[in-house]
Design a binder for this molecule. Structure first.
Ligand SMILES: N[C@@H](CCC(=O)N[C@@H](CS)C(=O)NCC(=O)O)C(=O)O
Length: 215
């Protein structure tokens, strides 16, 4: 059976878990923290989670995992069959990853681990986020989902804003979801799907345990 390595607080882990559930694929979760140890890097060369273990070997990087899932289990489709429309989904995913998720992530140490504010990151990330949100607002259709039919872009959106939104609220006093009209409804619809509801419930439970462990 396919194995999914990572931990339930992790938004990238939850992106892949969400997609596996949507695809109706059987899988086993292997509770794993990111690590720079050689043993883990043999599975996931950057030492990050998630990675999956298949009959053919290990695979890391969420968008590569999505491509593998789509090619090996095309139905139900999470990418449009038209190549251009599929590339538009990937365009949005790249914008989410580089210009929104990664920028929010620069503040995780402060917000989730109580470390000192990184003023350089605070100054640098804001204009990148502003551009990323404008691009998302420009490209998203919200008809009813971000690219029309439900797709990987919706999964990535829900699991990007789950942390980027509270982080930007805390750091900048900025409601980044409100900058993109229609976004909150699309996130709510995504999280209301059976797969989304399961992922969110298990993520929130894991988050609660993480906060309690911090005291
Ligand atoms: N580009 C990676 C990002 C994955 C990622 O950042 N995962 C986080 C957990 S949510 C992680 O492993 N962080 C540890 C690290 O960066 O060393 C992907 O698409 O899967």
């Amino acid at each position: 059976m396919l194995k999914l390595y990572g931990f339930r607080v992790s938004n990238y882990f939850n992106m892949v878990k969400f997609a596996l559930l949507e695809k109706g694929l059987e899988f086993e979760e292997v509770d794993t923290m990111p690590s720079q140890e050689d043993a883990f890097k043999a599975k996931s060369p950057m030492g990050k989670v998630p990675c999956i273990e298949t009959d053919q070997g290990f695979l890391s990087e969420t968008s590569a995992i999505f491509d593998c899932l789509e090619a090996t289990k095309p139905s139900p489709a999470l990418l449009p069959s038209d190549p251009f429309a599929a590339a538009k989904v990937r365009e949005i995913m790249k914008i989410l990853e580089l210009y929104i998720e990664l920028q929010g992530r620069r503040h995780y140490a402060e917000i989730f681990f109580g470390e000192k504010r990184n003023e350089t990151a605070v100054a640098e990330a804001k204009p990148v986020l502003e551009n990323g949100l404008k691009a998302l607002a420009e490209l998203a259709k919200f008809d009813p989902y971000i690219c029309g039919e439900f797709s990987y872009a919706d999964i990535m959106t829900a699991q990007t804003f789950v942390y980027a939104a509270p982080v930007c609220q805390a750091v900048y006093d900025w409601d980044i979801i409100a900058d993109v009209p229609g976004l909150q409804a699309a996130i709510d619809d995504t999280n209301a799907r059976p797969a989304g509801a399961k992922v969110s419930a298990e993520q929130q439970e894991a988050l609660k345990a993480f906060r309690e462990s911090q005291g």
